[in-house]
Design a protein around this ligand. Structure first.
Ligand code: 5GP
Length: 188
């Protein structure tokens, strides 16, 4: 099997449930490993350095870009987010399936670098449902929620560039569907 087939990219608007669905996927398939991204946004309550993200200053992030240590990176709502090469390359070489939960620009860059990777777009059932989830999460101000919703609409317009789109109505069903896609792809 081509090593790139071990690379799974999941995108979807903020609030679509990417983290929850990926966590469920990894619970049922512990052989899958997640890539921990770097970001310049501040940690949210309960988030842990090296688990949720590597939290960097702008200068630290830019130094990593300059040293060629980022596989991809993008700006999102005024912050940098990126995938360190060290999270991915060694694992692919070892044949380990690695999942990247990243936004659309980064996903497009990964697909250019790894054309055999599998890109899945996770859709919320509707924008209303998305707003309700974002507000219910209570991690962002009302203004930040509106900004994320605007970005969500832009992101959803890119769903057609992905290999597959999965609508997240139910976490379990969604995780199973992603697993089915991945397995089919890896056994092609
Ligand atoms: P949040 O601030 O909600 O954790 O993440 C904001 C957005 O950045 C989400 O769409 C998330 O998937 C995306 N993101 C997280 N890590 C990365 C990354 O390494 N690269 C890119 N391009 N996007 C990322």
């Amino acid at each position: 099997m081509n090593k790139q087939r071990c690379l799974l990219v999941v995108s979807g608007p903020s609030g679509a449930g990417k983290d929850t669905v990926v966590a469920r996927l990894m619970q049922t398939h512990p052989e899958i490993e997640i890539s921990v991204s770097a970001t310049t946004r501040a940690p949210r309550a309960g988030e842990v350095e090296g688990v949720n993200y590597y939290y960097l200053s702008d200068a630290e992030f830019e130094a990593k870009i300059a040293r060629g240590e980022m596989l991809e990176y993008a700006g999102y709502c005024g912050r940098y987010y990126g995938t360190p090469k060290s999270e991915v390359d060694g694992r692919l070489d070892a044949g380990i399936t690695v999942v990247l939960v990243i936004e659309v620009q980064g996903a497009a860059n990964v697909k250019r670098l790894y054309p055999e990777s599998t890109l899945i777009f996770l859709m919320p059932p509707s924008i209303e449902e998305l707003r309700a989830r974002l507000l219910g999460r209570g991690t962002e101000s009302a203004e930040a929620v509106e900004r994320r919703l605007e970005r969500a609409k832009e992101e959803m317009a890119h769903a057609g560039e992905y290999d597959f789109t999965v609508v997240n109505r139910d976490i379990d069903a969604c995780a199973k569907e992603i697993w089915r896609i991945l397995r089919a792809r890896q056994s092609e």
